[in-house]
Design a protein around this ligand. Sequence first.
Ligand SMILES: Nc1ncnc2c1ncn2[C@@H]1O[C@H](COP(=O)(O)OP(=O)(O)OP(=O)(O)O)[C@@H](O)[C@H]1O
Ligand SMILES: [Mg+2]
Length: 282
Amino acid sequence: MTTAQSQSSAIPPSENPSAAARAPLALDSGNQASGTAIPVPVAQLIDIRKTYFKPDGSVMVEALRGVNLSIPRGEYVAIMGASGSGKSTLMYLLGCLDRPTSGAYLLDGRNVARMHDEELSAFRGRTIGFIFQSFNLIPQLTIEENAEVPLFYQGLEKSERRERAIEALRMVELDHRLGHRPSELSGGQQQRAAIARALVTRPLILMADEPTGNLDSATGLAILRTFERLHEAGMTIVMVTHDPAIGRRAGRVIFMKDGDVESDLRADRPDPVSDPDQAPGH
Ligand SMILES: Nc1ncnc2c1ncn2[C@@H]1O[C@H](COP(=O)(O)OP(=O)(O)OP(=O)(O)O)[C@@H](O)[C@H]1O
Ligand SMILES: [Mg+2]
């Protein structure tokens, strides 16, 4: 249980998440498509460095070498690049799972780099929704119980936890499978349950590290379609991928090389998912 909610008063008004940004996503309204609104950065990295040291204090690896990056609210970003280029390190920092060695990371207007551990994990809990390649669902729990897990840490009443879990499962079109455990679902459905678990806290950013890496391509397409619907409803999404086809669907592709941004391209018109309704996974 945390008192994290009280921290929002420290957020400057221009950066403060509006009620709309925190409200349940109205997926069927489609009224917040990016492009028309003035972009407000939800995340900003300023000269971020991450150095791994050996036990004797000498430098082992400079994983990030002065990264500058600004992610506006509502953007759909793909992070690409060769193995070892720093993608996961960058994701860990963006997702508040780690802190930079130097530089500033402003998330929702607050400098994450200066937070101590407890503050950081409380802040992470209400700003970031993480989706992993291997789903990481708890096998003994039903999908709605899985989706409720992050809310335990926020001290919500049981009835509200359940309500929010079902709302999130509805967003990923899985509310017809309530009561099922992960093993009773397809891979794509399991990943959608994991997306629901990431959405349940109504995060500012959804982060995904290779979310379709363990799925066949047709199932992966259905997952991408889910991300696109969330993006169309206004969600900010940052996704690491090795798949250029996924990169083409995102509105922006950041290529990492040797610990820095090599290129940062915005697509005028991202590729749509060609035939989502034909993809299995429902
Ligand atoms: N805990 C650590 N200790 C030391 N070096 C590390 C650590 N984590 C990552 N590195 C190094 O930092 C660099 C960037 O690693 P990172 O995991 O961010 O790469 P990546 O782009 O995600 O690669 P991949 O595509 O293989 O997942 C690599 O040289 C890696 O060996
Ligand atoms: Mg990686």
